[in-house]
Design a protein around this ligand. Structure first.
Ligand code: PLP
Length: 376
């Protein structure tokens, strides 16, 4: 048996929700038919797909026909960017922000290699893309703007509605990577006005390896995977029915309890902030005041994030140095550089991301352990 841990890295991934786990069982062991088959045994799988699409659409106020299942956030981001840029057969450019996840940034790099121009928008010191900045860079040659809804390292929430309006005024389509936002804050695609939105199940209590891309009806985008006629002939491949069912169950549960979870997560982050402020250690908090519930990015002097991560790990406390995919890289995060975290603090950054499973007592234990490490 593994030793008990305090898990505070929910932005990297979450525990599979019990309701999701239970909903998945049937489709792993009993109703395992391929949903594309015409026989009666496939009916249950087909119905499950339809119901999951409906449930997910309801959670983000979309039409079910606008939900396309994918293998997760990375695929959704790749599809939105490459699928839009390659669809038009022209060489108009795209804009994105300097603090996107690598699923977006490396998709942009791939697009650049194909001869397209990508412009990276600078952000304010709190990680926000200021609408006037977008106005400054956008032209009628811009065909796509991609700005994330909430940042995975610092939690800042972008003014997507305003950014989206500016994009549309210039005839560009708008994509948002909402992988850290869906299931954590209310997301309404029609209110935001976005044309495409990426989400990933394992960030909101669903299983790993499944996600979706919302594509507004009428958006020009090319298919992502060629093959069979699954996903309205846009993303071929036998569907991961159990994963999709688990994702829908997890998201429905999250969406029905967002207010309650937000209150709990807010109490945890306030407790952390007040305890660390009273501890007499030198630190800066990163990100915007408008940020994800339960998300803290904090930088300390005279220590590295890696040292803190490993010392806390030995004490049974799991935190991150930033983006999950950056854990093997010792380079300073592009996000922290873009928001100009002071040089004497930048290397000493860790990210805490709580879930409703975390308690006030755990927060106190995290702060006490951090202070012990920092003061010794
Ligand atoms: N986008 C953001 C903002 C993320 O935080 C992540 C995962 O960390 C991804 C995309 C990639 O999602 P997935 O792990 O489902 O591929």
């Amino acid at each position: 048996m593994r030793k008990p841990i305090i898990y505070a890295d929910n932005a990297a991934t979450t525990k599979l929700d019990k309701a999701a786990y239970e909903a998945m069982q049937l489709f792993l062991q009993e109703e395992y038919a391929n949903a594309s088959q015409p026989y009666s045994f496939a009916r249950s799988a087909k119905a499950a797909l339809r119901d999951a699409r409906l449930a997910i659409a309801e959670c983000i106020n979309a039409d079910p026909s606008e939900i396309y299942f994918t293998s997760g956030g990375t695929e959704s981001d790749n599809w939105a960017i490459k699928g839009s840029m390659f669809a038009y057969g022209d060489h108009r450019c795209m804009l994105t922000s300097a603090i996107e996840h690598h699923a977006v940034l490396n998709s942009c790099a791939a697009v650049e290699k194909m001869g397209y121009t990508v412009v990276y928008l600078p952000v304010e010191n709190d990680g926000i893309v200021f609408p006037d900045t977008l106005k400054q860079y956008i032209t009628n040659q811009t065909k796509l703007v991609s700005v994330m809804l909430a940042n995975n390292e610092i939690g800042s929430i972008q003014p997507i509605k305003e950014l989206c309006c500016i994009a549309h005024e210039h005839g560009a389509v708008f994509h948002t990577d909402a992988v850290q936002a869906v299931g954590h804050i209310p997301v309404d695609v029609s209110d935001l006005g976005v044309d495409m939105l990426s989400a990933s199940a394992h960030k909101f209590g669903g299983p790993k390896g499944v996600g979706f891309l919302y594509i507004k009806k009428g958006t020009t985008i090319s298919p992502y995977l060629n093959g069979g006629s699954q996903e309205m002939k846009m993303r071929a491949g036998t569907e991961n029915i159990a994963g999709i069912v688990g994702m829908a169950a997890a998201l429905s549960k999250r969406c029905s309890s967002i207010e309650h979870s937000t209150n709990h997560l807010f109490a945890l982050t306030e407790r952390f902030k007040s305890r660390i402020a009273a501890a007499g250690v030198d630190y800066v908090l990163n990100g915007s005041t408008n940020h994800l519930p339960g998300h803290i990015s904090i930088s300390f002097k005279n220590v590295t994030g890696e040292q803190l991560l490993h010392r806390l790990d030995l004490m049974g406390i799991i935190v991150s140095t930033g983006a999950a995919c950056d854990s093997v890289s010792t380079e300073i995060s592009h996000v922290l550089q873009a928001i100009y975290v002071p040089s004497e603090y930048i290397k000493g950054t860790i990210r805490l991301s709580f879930s409703t499973d975390n308690t006030i007592e755990e927060v106190d234990q995290i702060v006490a352990s951090l202070v012990r490490i920092l003061k010794c």
